[in-house]
Design a protein around this ligand. Structure first.
Ligand code: NAD
Ligand code: TDX
Length: 339
C-alpha cells in the first residue's frame, strides 16, 4: 500500500510515520509537510534513508503542489494529520487555521477524489464536541454528541469534519474520521501543556497554569492514537466516525504536580496565570465503538507513558532546544508575558 501522510514532521504525524515504517516495511510512506514552526525534519530522522520513505515539502492548501504530488505517487490511502493545532495561537490569529484546516482539507479531498484513492482518513479531535461540565463526570462524548465548538481551532477542525462527511455522501468517497482526546509523548512541540511543563521544570522555570488548573483533559499516549488510526484505515467502516480515548481524565494541576514529582522538582515552580479565553472545562471520550468494532484498547497507562515521555525529553535536549528558536521565544513572550 502507498500511504500519503500529511503533517508527518509534526508530533502525531511523525509518530505515525515511525509506526508505519516499522510495522509495514512492505508499504510506501509519502510524507507531505510544509514545515511550519511546528514541523521539524529532525522528527523524521529515524526514517531518513529508508527506501520506502519519501518526503515532499508542500502546503496542503496549495492545489497545484498537492495535485502534482498525487500525480507523482498515486497513493492508495491518505491520512491527514496536517493542521494548525494550538488553541492559544488560534485565539491570536484565526485566519491560518481556516486556510490550513478547512481549505487544506478541501484540496486534499479534491485530489483524493480525482486520483480515486481507496481510503481518505481525516484526523480530527474531541474538541469538535465542545466541553463537558466538571460536576457531571457521568457524561462523555460519543460519536453522536452534537458538534459544538469553542475556539477558532476547534471550529476549523469541525468545518473540516463536515466537509469530509459531505464529500463521503455527495461523491460516495471512502472516507473515515477519528476524534481523539489529548495526546502526549515524544516529539510533542513544547507549546503544549505536557512538554512545556517538563521542559520548564527541567530548567527550573515557572510553570504557567491557566486559571485554577481545574480543567480536565483525557490523556492518551501518542502511539496508542497512531495504532488506532492505522486500525481504522485498514479495518474501519467507510463513512464512519470513531472516537479514540482511554478513560484517562486528569485535572491540569494534577498533571503538572505529577510531572514535578517525577522530576523531583518543587511545587513552588507552579505559577497560576490568567485563564485562556473560552477555556473548555472538560473533555471525556467514550471509546465504546472502537473498542467493540475494532477491538482497540490503549496499551500504555498514564504513569508509564508520562515517565517514558519525561525520559525522552531528558535524553533529547538537542531536539527541543532546536525548536525553541527565536520565533518560538517571541510567541512565548507574547502568550505568557502579559498573563
Ligand atoms: P503539530 O502542530 O505538532 O503538527 C502539525 C504538522 O502539520 C506540522 O509538521 C506542520 O508543519 C504541518 N502543517 C501545518 N500546516 C500545514 C500546511 N498548510 N501544509 C502542510 N503541512 C502543514 O500537530 P499534532 O499535535 O501532531 O496534531 C496532528 C493532528 O492531530 C492535527 O490534525 C490535530 O488537530 C489532531 N489532534 C491532535 C491532538 C493532540 O493532542 N495534539 C489530539 C487530537 C487530534
Ligand atoms: O501553558 C499552558 N498552561 C495551561 O494551563 C498551556 C499551554 C495549557 N494549559 C492548559 C490548557 C488546557 O486546559 O492545559 C490544557 C491542555 O492545553 P493544550 O496542551 O494547549 O491542549 P488543548 O487545548 O487541550 O488541545 C490539545 O488537545 C486537543 C491539542 O493541542 C489539540 O491539537 C487537540 O485537538
Amino acid at each position: 500500500m502507498k500511504i500519503l501522510i500529511t503533517g508527518g514532521a509534526g508530533f502525531i504525524g511523525g509518530n505515525h510515520v515511525h509506526y508505519t515504517i516499522e510495522k509495514y516495511p512492505e508499504d510506501t510512506v509519502i510524507c507531505v509537510d510544509d514545515l511550519t514552526y511546528a514541523g521539524n525534519m529532525e522528527t523524521l530522522e529515524p526514517v531518513f534513508g529508508c527506501k520506502n520513505f519519501h518526503f515532499e515539502k508542500a502546503d496542503i492548501a496549495d492545489k497545484t503542489a498537492i495535485r502534482a504530488i498525487f500525480e507523482k505517487y498515486r497513493p492508495d490511502c491518505v491520512i491527514n494529520y496536517a493542521a494548525e493545532s494550538h488553541v492559544d495561537r488560534s485565539i491570536e490569529n484565526p485566519g491560518v487555521f481556516l486556510t490550513t484546516n478547512i481549505l487544506g482539507t478541501q484540496v486534499l479531498l479534491d485530489a483524493a477524489r480525482e486520483f480515486n484513492v481507496s481510503r481518505y482518513h481525516q484526523v480530527s479531535t474531541d474538541e469538535v464536541y465542545g466541553d463537558l461540565p466538571l460536576d457531571r463526570p457521568d457524561l462523555l462524548f460519543t460519536e453522536e454528541t452534537p458538534i459544538h465548538t469553542s475556539s477558532p481551532y476547534s471550529a476549523s477542525k469541525a468545518g473540516a469534519d463536515l466537509l469530509c462527511l459531505a464529500y463521503a455522501r455527495t461523491y460516495k468517497m471512502p472516507i473515515t474520521i477519528s476524534r481523539c482526546s489529548n495526546n502526549y509523548g515524544p516529539y510533542h512541540f513544547p507549546e503544549k501543556l505536557i512538554p512545556l511543563m517538563i521542559i520548564n521544570a527541567m530548567q527550573d522555570k515557572p510553570l504557567p497554569v491557566y486559571g485554577k488548573g481545574e480543567n480536565v483533559r483525557d490523556w492518551l499516549f501518542v502511539t496508542d492514537h497512531c495504532r488506532a488510526v492505522d486500525l481504522i484505515v485498514r479495518k474501519g467502516t467507510v463513512g464512519e466516525v470513531y472516537n479514540i480515548g482511554g478513560h484517562n481524565e486528569r485535572t491540569n494541576i494534577v498533571v503538572v504536580k505529577t510531572i514535578l514529582e517525577q522530576l523531583g522538582k518543587s511545587e513552588a515552580l507552579i505559577n497560576y496565570v490568567t485563564d485562556r479565553p473560552g477555556h473548555d472545562m472538560r473533555y471525556g471520550i467514550d471509546p465504546t465503538k472502537i473498542n467493540k468494532e475494532l477491538g482497540w484498547f490503549p496499551d500504555t497507562n498514564f504513569e508509564t507513558g508520562l515517565s517514558q515521555t519525561i525520559e525522552w525529553y531528558k535524553n533529547n535536549t538537542g531536539w527541543w532546544q532546536n525548536v525553541l528558536d527565536g520565533e518560538y521565544q517571541k510567541y512565548y513572550e507574547k502568550n505568557y508575558g502579559a498573563r
